[in-house]
Each structure stands twice: as C-alpha cells, then as structure tokens.
Design a protein around this ligand. Structure first.
Ligand SMILES: Nc1ncnc2c1ncn2[C@@H]1O[C@H](COP(=O)(O)OP(=O)(O)OP(=O)(O)O)[C@@H](O)[C@H]1O
Ligand SMILES: [Mg+2]
Length: 416
C-alpha cells in the first residue's frame, strides 16, 4: 500500500490539447479517491499518467516514496481495472484470475490459494470452472476485479469499471467495491463521470473541470460547501437551484431578494461566510439545494416561507420533487453554461426553461399533498443558502475561494 502524490502534473497531447493542467493531488495511503467531472475533463488522462500508460508533460508523480515519472507501468506495482474488462475468453474464471501470477512465476500452490481467496471475497467460487461467455456482466466485472486483487498491488486504478453494467447491478457492485476496499484497505483511485457514484464510493472526491482541479474533499463537505458554481451545480441530484439575487440589509436584518421573494439571511450565515457583508446592496448568485426545501406543513417552523406554483410534480415514493418556475431568467454564467452543456450530452436532465424563466426543483416529504398546477406553500432552510460572486462564480466566504474580492475587479477567480 502506498500514498500517491501528483505535484503540478500537466498533460499536453500531441495535438496541443491541455488535458491536465497543473494538477496537485495527494491520495493518502489506503484512501478511496474518486476523480469526477464532465466528459473530457481529463479524468482518464490523470489516471493513465499514474499508471504510466501516458507520459506526463510536466510535474511529478510519486507512488509510495518513489518518483515514478520514468518508471514503466509494470514496475509501478499498481493494478488497473477498466470499463471493458478484457477477460481472456478461452480461459476459465480460475485461469483468468491466475494468469498474471503465473506470468510472474508465482508458485502453483500460492496461486491456487490467492485465486481461491479472491474468488471467495468476490462470490465467484461457484463460477471458477466457467468461461467468461457464460457469465453475467456483473460476474465478469468481478472477475476483472479479482485479477487486480490477486496481484496484491500497492494501488488499484479504476476507470469507470461499472459503466457497462445496468443501473441495478451498478448499485450492488458499488456496495461490493466499498466492502472490498474496507477489507483490503488498498489505496484506490477511481474515475467516474457519475456524481452519485463518486459521492457513494469516495472517501474523498476530486472534482475536475477542463483539466483543472476545482475542489477535493469528503462527499459531505463537497455537498455542503462547494467552492464555486461549477462544483455546486455538478454535485447533488437534482441539481442546486440558482438565481441572480440582491443582498440587502433592511430593518429586520439581512435579506436576499429575487424574483419577487425575500428570504432572511441568518446572522450565523454572515458570521460563517466572511466577506458576505461586503456584498450588501449588490447582486450575487443565490443557490438553494432542492433538499433544503420542504412543504411548509412538514417543515421546521424556523424555515422561511416561499409560496410557489408547481408546474410538475415527480412522486418518487420516498419523496416528491416539486418543479416550479420562478419569475427570473436562468443564471447566465460560464460555470452553469458548462454544466448545461454537459447535461445535454449526458443522461442527466438539462437546465430547463419556460419562457426564459428558471425552473427550480424542491424536494418535499412524500406525505405532502402537492399537485401539479397548484399553489404550494414551501419553506426554505435559510441556514443553508449558498452565495456566489457574480463574476468569478466563487462561493463567497469559502475558505478555499480566496479572500472576499469585490465583484467588479474579479474576472476569473477560479483556481488555476
Ligand atoms: N490520445 C489523445 N490525443 C489527443 N487528445 C486526447 C487524447 N486522449 C484524450 N485527449 C483529449 O484530452 C482531454 C481529456 O480526455 P480524457 O479522456 O482524459 O477525459 P475524461 O475526463 O476521461 O472523459 P470521459 O468522461 O469522456 O471519459 C479531452 O479533450 C480529449 O479529447
Ligand atoms: Mg475517461
């Protein structure tokens, strides 16, 4: 086992594409680190550089105490698992599992023992005599994992290993992967573009965008304290709601006003987010997570009321998503535009529009009696409002977002 450190790592491909740009990342010994981000953000490139399958254009990568920049992949003591599991079709599961060890001249008895151990761990014992063609997708993927496990490497590198599986299987494989990691404690770097997968698997999650690190933190902290609009919109499903709003200091204290609504800003928020008071009388981007809404009838009495007219309701059994239009246009910012573009390519929903009005989502209690087309009294947990600088898109008062900067002087405050 080993820690993996990327120090100002760059990758420029032959065509001049800068796929990874000054990436600093420390993956701790035994950690499960997930790299996540939209298609083309450089996740696979970063992983392949750690594996040694891709030369690095600048910076330094170390595994354990050793700088591996010039080390061949086979000498890095890592095992990779890919999306297409590439099993040998003419070999049985047992032979597939044993193959790598056999190549390295491991004694027969030891091979047998390691293969049986891995098969047991992965629930593959009854399939050892079968060929891959006679296995389900999930079973094949487990064989691919098994091949990595028997080698007992210093680290596992996995590039979207579950993306060929159907949704249900993916969920159960995720759980097995987590268990496996708990049991083996091997440093793992896992690439996915699926933020739900990232959040459920990662000890920490590293969000990349256009080759640059946006934020690396635990899933909960990414969700609670995103560093910028991009991370805020990327992490969380349904996505965070955004609107341009004015921060005002009135008689009754601080408020934020948008689309005909006024929500109080608690004193604690002003204390927690240093610099937010510099924005009084100015426009900010307000963000509210769907899960920070509730049907007023079921909400904590401290939450602020917000009456809306529902457009659509999605009843999911455990909760209801209330979708409503607010009387304000969607936020136009490079960060949200990139997210919309990514959503349009992928399976997740695009940021929707009605007459150029932003559509918001509130997640409410399944016992709520909301109906489409009806007036709904919602309540908002104002302790969990998010504020972003209009120009830079950085979260105001976030420790990693740099000091409070006046909006008119910041043109591109994102971390480079
Ligand atoms: N061999 C290559 N030559 C030139 N450009 C490349 C090469 N491989 C990748 N790229 C480019 O580098 C960027 C990052 O690619 P990469 O495959 O790392 O993205 P990714 O985050 O893994 O995306 P996905 O989620 O689609 O797998 C993209 O713009 C891609 O087009
Ligand atoms: Mg990729």
């Amino acid at each position: 086992m080993a820690k993996i450190v990327l120090d100002r790592v760059d990758k420029v491909y032959a065509g001049g594409v800068k796929a990874v740009d000054g990436l600093d990342l420390e993956i701790r010994d035994g950690e499960f680190m997930v790299l996540v981000g939209p298609s083309g953000c450089g996740k696979s490139t970063a992983l392949r550089m750690i594996a040694g399958l891709e030369e690095i254009s600048g910076g330094k990568i170390s595994i354990g105490e050793q700088v591996v920049n010039d080390l061949a992949p086979k000498d890095r003591d890592i095992a990779m698992v890919f999306q297409n599991y590439a099993l040998y079709p003419h070999m049985t599961v047992e032979q597939n599992l044993a193959f790598g060890l056999k190549l390295r001249g491991t004694p027969k008895a030891e091979i047998r023992q390691k293969v049986l151990e891995a098969a047991k761990m992965l629930g593959l014992e009854q399939f050892l005599g079968r060929k891959p063609a006679a296995l389900s997708g999930g079973q094949r993927q487990r064989v691919a994992m098994g091949r990595a496990i028997v080698r007992e490497p210093q680290a596992f590198l996995m590039d979207e290993p579950l993306s060929n599986l159907d949704a249900k299987l993916r969920v159960s494989m995720r759980a097995s992967l987590s268990q496996l990691h708990d049991r083996l404690g091997v440093t793992t770097v896992y690439v996915t573009h699926d933020q739900v997968e990232a959040m459920t698997l990662g000890s920490r999650v590293c969000v990349l965008r256009e080759g640059r690190l946006q934020q690396v933190d635990t899933p909960q902290r990414l969700f609670d304290n995103p560093v910028n609009l991009f991370v805020a919109g990327f992490i969380g499903s349904p996505a965070m709601n955004f609107v341009s709003a004015e921060l005002v200091r009135g008689d009754g204290g601080a408020h934020v006003a948008f689309a005909g609504y006024t929500l109080p800003v608690p004193d604690a928020t002003l204390t927690d987010k240093p610099g937010l008071q510099n924005y009084f009388g100015r426009q900010v981007i307000l963000g509210i997570r769907p899960s920070d809404f509730e049907d007023a009838a079921h909400a904590n009495p401290d939450w602020a009321p917000m009456a809306v007219k529902s457009t659509v309701t999605e009843e999911l059994g455990s909760e209801i998503n209330v979708i409503f239009a607010i009387d304000a246009p969607p936020v136009e910012h490079k960060d949200t535009a990139d997210l919309a573009e990514d959503a349009a390519e992928g399976e997740s929903e695009a940021i929707p529009l009605i007459d150029n009005r932003a559509l918001w989502t509130a997640r409410v209690n399944s016992r709520s009696h909301v109906r489409p087309g009806q007036q709904v009294d919602l309540a908002v947990d104002t302790k969990r409002l998010h504020f972003f600088d209009l120009a830079s898109g950085l979260a105001i008062g976030h420790p990693d977002a740099g000091g409070p900067a006046p909006a008119d002087t910041v043109t591109d405050g994102l971390r480079k």
